[in-house]
Design a protein around this ligand. Structure first.
Ligand code: FES
Ligand code: FES
Length: 162
């Protein structure tokens, strides 16, 4: 067993966990943050994406031991039904969600990307979500949503500055 400290969605945790516990299993099984999904378990699908110190990562490939002292955001930390994040609003507005399994990971990849590029080109968006597979949508509405989200975020940023 190991002891770790980690901040998840703004909350500090001190945990004693098995040495070989994966981050996705901590999130889903121990903390019941089940918005993070497991698809392949091998780093291929992006369904398990979370944000680790500002970067999108696959939580199925990380051990909890590797996140000691770090900050993690899961989909539960982004917004909720009463206070959606602009990216979540854009996905709803554009009708980009079908089965929904890939969407938490898509939204978090989009968040990490838009935080570094607030006015992205379509090709850049496509590249940014290239590690996130979707079996349902054909990606176009997802890309539309991320474009729209960048507009929302710029509008809200300029309103906040006024
Ligand atoms: S479940 Fe982690 S990349 Fe597929
Ligand atoms: S909406 Fe079904 S996998 Fe993307």
């Amino acid at each position: 067993m190991i002891n770790i400290e980690v901040n998840i969605n703004g909350e500090d945790y001190r945990l004693e966990v098995e040495d070989d516990l994966r981050l996705i299993d901590l999130l889903r099984d121990k903390l019941h943050l089940t918005g993070t999904k497991e698809g392949c378990g091998e780093g291929e699908c992006g369904a398990c994406t979370v944000i680790l110190d500002g970067k999108s990562v696959n939580s199925c490939l990380l051990l909890v031991a590797q996140v000691h002292g770090k900050r993690i955001t899961t989909i539960e930390g982004l917004g909720d039904e009463n206070n959606l994040h602009p990216i979540q609003r854009a996905f709803l507005e554009q009708g980009a969600v079908q089965c929904g399994y890939c969407i938490p990971g898509m939204v978090l990849s989009a968040k990490a990307f838009l935080d570094t590029n607030s006015t992205p080109k379509r090709e850049e968006i496509r590249e940014a979500i290239s590690g996130n597979l979707c079996r349902c949508t054909g990606y176009e509405k997802i890309i539309d949503s991320i474009e729209r989200a960048s507009e929302f975020m710029q509008e809200e940023g300029s309103e906040a500055r006024e």
